[in-house]
Design a binder for this molecule. Structure first.
Ligand code: MN
Length: 247
């Protein structure tokens, strides 16, 4: 089993170290990750500048690109054979509800899914400093073993959020749907030392609607949340409604 490990927090983050170490239980691990933090870059691809690869140590490649670049480079250039599984994370911070569309962690799994490779994004649900990445990595191994045993349905990858608690206080995984974020004012404007205005986006932790069956509801109750995602953003319910428009 060949496993490609990536993230969006950068190759030096605690989460990717814990994940890569734990995945050794399952197979041969190659790490291909951004050389610095690239959180919230979404599914962006570097098209207008070259990419450089730095082999930090055997099987650990840092790239000056996005998580999507890393998955591309890993699969098409750095790994001798296509990986059997791509895992992304463990992100420092939840990726719940609508936030998945911003997430570089989730986009990396999405990119692997586009290439037909089973993929899982993992996030630790806290924005505070945490000592629980190693425990969360054990959860990641359990989920990865299920994916290997059952394989994933076509056109499906997993978004897994793990509560920020020691292993013995984490409740079993629930299969969830993507919840809804509640939007609050998140732009802060201040003045820099030279008297010019600057703006800072996303200053508060995102809040979500606490609806039963959602990723947020599960995490809020200390369950691991596993949401199957796919790339088709079509709002299928509305097709008959829009079909009535006359042009
Ligand atoms: Mn991140």
């Amino acid at each position: 089993m060949n496993i490609l490990v990536t993230n969006d927090d950068g190759i030096h983050a605690a989460g990717i170290r814990a994940l890569a170490e734990a995945m050794k239980e399952i197979g041969t691990v190659t790490v291909v990750a951004p050389d610095r933090e690239r959180s919230a870059v979404g599914h962006s691809l570097t098209l207008h500048s070259p990419l450089r690869v730095f082999e930090l140590r055997k099987g650990w490649y840092a790239i000056d690109g996005t998580p999507t670049d890393c998955v591309n480079m890993g699969i098409h250039s750095l790994l001798p054979v296509a990986p059997d599984l791509v895992v992304s994370g463990i992100n420092h911070g939840a990726n719940l509800g609508d936030d998945v569309t911003y997430s570089g962690t989730v986009a990396a799994a999405m990119e692997a899914n586009l290439m037909g490779i089973p993929a899982i994004a993992f996030s630790l649900a806290t924005f505070q400093p945490s000592n629980n990445f190693t425990d969360a990595a054990q959860v990641a191994v359990q989920v990865a073993r299920q994916v290997i045993a059952h394989s994933l349905p076509d056109d499906t990858f997993l978004n897994v959020n793990i509560p920020d608690f020691p292993l013995d206080r984490i409740k079993p995984p629930l299969i969830t749907r993507q919840g809804k974020r509640s939007f609050i004012g998140t732009i802060v404007d201040k003045t820099d030392p030279r008297g010019r205005k600057y703006f800072w986006v996303g200053s508060e932790e995102p809040q979500h609607h606490d609806e039963q069956g959602t990723d947020f509801h599960a995490i809020n109750r200390r369950h691991v949340s596993i949401t199957p995602l796919h790339l088709d953003l079509t709002n299928h319910k509305t097709l008959p409604i829009l079909a009535e428009w006359t042009f």
